[in-house]
Design a protein around this ligand. Structure first.
Ligand code: SDX
Length: 436
């Protein structure tokens, strides 16, 4: 955690407020565009606790100071450690981006070679984990299997609880980034009733993942390089996104000083939800349900009547086009060159066109987000819809772990324990059964 120099606030850097209940006035310092919620505690009336903030869903609350990812939602800007996502998607690799997120700087060639080697040699999972996966029904959702197997890793590496040891942290981080594709592929093969394919350490991270998913009797599975590249770009685009729902879950769980596997298992649980990482799967179901471009107006009417949401649209931060959606839309062309165009693309493009011109969406600043087009690529790559969020989780793992590592080293952080506004009944006596 780089200590940003604290500048002493001047009177100008403060909020003067008056509590009309008591007539008392307060000057609250403003730093980095925020006021400390703890500074409000001094504002109160006799016999009552001081003021707190109330912010369901943390719509306007900063939970931490972070140097990892910068987003400007109005301008549609996304940067990892200051590098624009467009340049990283164009010129970097997923493991290089993972290194950047974790260490704060792009690696030298020697650092990258060592990093790739260490990831490559941690791709195998303990054989006992296969029994875990065998315990799931054939039709279990792979996100449920991933959540369970990642949390199980904490029992295979009990030393991971030594979170204050930097070397140990990096060993566990390396293990988890390396094993996510293996766990995701094994979950998929279980669902398909196919034998597991063990990691092939002669392949790149993403090519190895595709081999573990799709290899059958051929000696070596060689995915089309254009498809490997497209998936690599998708992993880069999903690698981090500051304090999103699942990262907030990882940080909240991590604040209890539990091991990183348990914290990331909680992040996977949060990502599973249809409002978050599950949206890519929901977008495909929505496009299939619409069926034809002629049926789009009826669907849009249903959205405007509040009967459902336009999945893959809208974002808590982006009130402009999600820069990742633009890059994914372009990646669609590259993939469809190999696989043939996904027939749902036409419906998606028409839906986007209509929505971007419709007052309901314009007024609410609803634009396509990262999930709107990604599912079309995943389906073209032969992934079943239930695997889409697993792909999101594999991509997001370096981000979750970089954020977790930053939390663990942040001297300001404490265990997450928000307040509440109590709305229940107070102080009543127990009623014996005979009197109920
Ligand atoms: C991800 O946070 C991140 O960074 C997440 C993510 C990441 O990389 O980690 O970017 C990944 O989760 C992307 C989002 C994927 N989810 C979806 O596509 C699901 C559909 N989108 C919505 O559910 C919604 O837009 C959210 C959850 C993404 C954001 O919700 P907010 O910020 O809480 O906004 P809101 O629900 O308060 O919406 C504001 C208004 C409401 O209308 P009114 O009550 O004012 O009339 O916009 C409406 C909402 O009803 N609205 C939508 C809508 N999204 C918001 N209406 C129809 N369709 C939508 N998709």
């Amino acid at each position: 955690m780089t200590d940003t120099p604290t500048v002493e606030p001047t009177k100008a850097d403060s909020l003067s407020m008056r509590d009309n209940r008591t007539g008392r006035e307060y000057d609250i310092p403003i730093t980095d565009g925020t006021i400390r919620a703890a500074d409000l505690r001094q504002i109160g009336v006799k016999g009552e606790p001081g003021l707190a903030t109330y912010d369901p869903g943390f719509v306007n609350t900063a939970s931490c100071r972070s140097a990892i990812t910068f987003i400007d939602g109005d301008l549609g800007i996304l940067e990892y450690r200051g590098y624009p996502i467009e340049q990283l998607a164009e010129q970097s690799t997923f493991l290089e981006v993972a290194y950047l997120l974790l260490h704060g700087e792009l690696p030298t060639q020697a650092q990258l070679d060592e990093w790739v080697l260490s990831i490559t040699y941690h791709t195998f999972i303990h054989e006992n984990l296969k029994q875990f996966i065998e315990g799931f029904r054939y039709d279990a959702h792979p996100m449920g299997m991933l959540m369970a197997t990642v949390s199980a890793l904490s029992t295979f590496y009990p030393a991971a609880s030594k979170i204050d040891d930097p070397e140990n942290r990096m060993l566990q981080i390396t293990r988890l980034i390396a094993k996510m594709p293996t766990l995701g592929a094994f979950a998929y093969r279980h669902q398909q009733g196919k034998p597991y394919v063990y990691p092939d350490n002669s392949l790149s991270y993403t090519a190895n993942f595709l081999a573990m998913l799709f290899k059958m009797s051929e000696p070596t599975y060689q995915a089309d390089e254009r498809l490997v590249h497209a998936l690599e770009v998708l992993f880069i685009l999903h690698a981090d996104h500051e304090q999103n729902c699942s990262t907030n879950a990882v940080r909240s769980i991590g604040s209890s000083q539990v091991d990183p596997y348990s914290a990331v298992a909680g992040g996977i649980a949060a990502l599973y939800g249809p409002l978050h990482g599950g949206a890519n799967e929901a977008v495909l179901a929505m496009l299939k349900r619409i069926g034809t471009t002629e049926d789009i107006p009826d669907f849009i009417a249903g959205v405007k009547d509040g009967k459902e949401k336009l999945m893959g649209f809208g974002h808590r931060v982006y009130k402009n086009y999600d820069p990742r959606a633009k890059i994914i839309k372009k990646a669609c062309d590259d993939v469809f060159e190999v696989t043939g165009v996904n027939p749902l693309l036409k419906i998606a493009q028409e839906l986007e066109k209509i929505a971007l011109e419709d007052e309901y969406f314009v007024k609410r600043k609803l634009y396509p987000n990262v999930d709107f087009y990604s599912g079309l690529i995943y389906e073209a790559l032969q992934f079943p819809a239930e695997m889409f969020t697993v792909l999101f989780a594999i991509g997001r793992t370096p981000g979750w772990l970089a954020q977790w590592s930053e939390l663990v080293q942040d001297k300001e952080q404490k265990i997450a324990r928000p307040k509440q506004v109590y709305t229940g009944i107070r102080s009543r006596d127990f009623v014996p059964m005979s009197e109920r």
